[in-house]
Design a binder for this molecule. Sequence first.
Ligand code: ADP
Length: 630
Amino acid sequence: MPTFREPAATSALLTMTSPGIVRRTQRVVGIALFFLLMVLFLPLQAIIFYEFSKLERHTVISNVERAINTIDDERQQLLQLTRDNASWNDTYSFVQGHNDGFIEQIFNQNSFETNRLNLLIILDTAGNVRAYKTYQFDAAKGTANDAEVLRRITTSGVLNQIGSDNGATEIVQLPGLPLILSAHPILTSNFVGPSMGTMIMGRSLDAAQIVQLGTQLRLNLQVHRLDQPDLLETIRNSVEMITTTGAPVVIPLTVDSVAGYGLVTSASGTPTLLIQVTSSRDIVWIGRTTALYTLITFVVAGMIAMFTLTKLLNQLVLERLGHLIQNVKMIGIDKDLRHRVAIDGHDEFSLLANTINETLSALEQAEHEQREAEAQREQMWEDVIASRRNFLATVSHELRTPLTPIRGYADLMLHGIGGAITPDQEHFLQMIQQNSRRMEAMVNDLLVMGQLDAGKIDLDIEQLAVAPAITSVLAMLEQQIQQQHVTVSVEISPDLPTVRADAHRLDQILANLITNAVKYTRAGGHVQIRASYGGADLVEVAIHDTGIGMSTTEMERLFTPFYRADGVLRAQISGTGLGLSIARSLVELHGGRISVQSTPGVGSVFRFTLPTGTAPESVAPLDQTSTAAL
Ligand code: ADP
């Protein structure tokens, strides 16, 4: 059983079968992935941004806190330095007036530099300045003189904060720079009093100091003093926000930088300095890059998913579907129900293929049964025809047998062999003779028909001249022609070649056609018989009549056995409807053709051809023909 296998060029097949499905599927998958991407990616991106911004904020705040802590450390460290120097017997005795060279000896330039000190003040218990020494202090004190500096320091509150044995630290705004101040009571080295006064140390927070702090912390640090009248808007807002929230604030400056602000307050809680830590927005950029990579990953994953899905869809569904369609199409083209669809696997497609195959098997079976039934019918029909033929042959033969003696005895009686006959008897005998002849002709027709039908007619072919055949047939039909009162003329072309024909069958053809021409022409009409060379080694015989003619529809069925035109039937002209059918079969048996032209009420022309026996030496034109009138 032939099956269609998977075609080699599957993609071409697919394009041929279902391009729409592929495109539609890709579109659907694409849209689905796009929405999935949006649903997943947008929130994810928001989360990434949020988290990284949070991280940035957290980092900036912690940097600000580190900076503030460092300044606090600075304060504590200065306080420690002050404590170390204030709780010392040498300092103690200096204030008591016993150690005059102490200041120059201990607090020399080198000591200021090493300890990053800018100011040293020693006050006695009465508040008198016992020592006042500065180092690189001009920038810090600005326009203020020493008295003004002293006034600011003593009114800063730092002195009020110190106890009998512990110190205090404060930030004081000098006209030039903020100053970290620390104060400690002057005690003995064993931290016992009574206190001889107060030692005050100052370290200015100048740019170099801030840079150094920033470098230590690896931060971009700036310090804004808050005692200036023309504070920047940002600074003012930041201070406000910090005091409201109690925590450092983070403000993005540009897309690339962010600033964190924190407050350094005095011991009384008054904001004195605003610390600004500026950093690049690396974290946010990392967040952005992460989001971008996530997007790229999503897109690539989506495309891979789409590609894979399409591929799978192609492989699992569309190719198989295309293959199935192609198979069914091929069956349709071949119209061969023996073909089967071949689809591997166990899925809906193989199920469908099986169903198609089962349907094809059922159709094939039905077709087979139908063919068998047709063969049986044909056989039956042939049997029927054969028995009809046998019946016809037997009946015709049996009918003809008694006809010959009937006609023979009538002839004998007409010739007076049986004695004298009266005129009435003669008339009756003539009627018997005439009707038996007609019946004989009919029976003969039936016999010939039967023989033609059975292919049992063998032609006895010989070279024959057409003219004598025509003359002999006309002589045979003389009585009918006279009774019909029609005239008959014959035109034979000179040098007409002989034909290759069976003499008896040629007579039969001529007799049938001439009989019809005479029979279907009214009294006074004319029948003309012409025989001429028809070309292509054929002799053409044409029988013209001026009879009743036929319609086109009638002509179409003319040569069908037993067919008789309605008009003729109405006119009560006797006949069997076999004459023309026999004539055609006999002409064709000779290798010729028969045709008819007719116009109702005007007349008809029947033409038939027969192969020439010998080629004519010359064919005379029609006006040289001889005419024989009967
Ligand atoms: P039939 O025995 O009826 O003449 P044919 O086979 O010879 O049978 O002719 C078939 C039919 O063809 C006739 O019945 C008639 O209707 C028509 N026919 C044949 N020859 C002619 C003709 N020359 N003119 C008109 N009709 C004709």
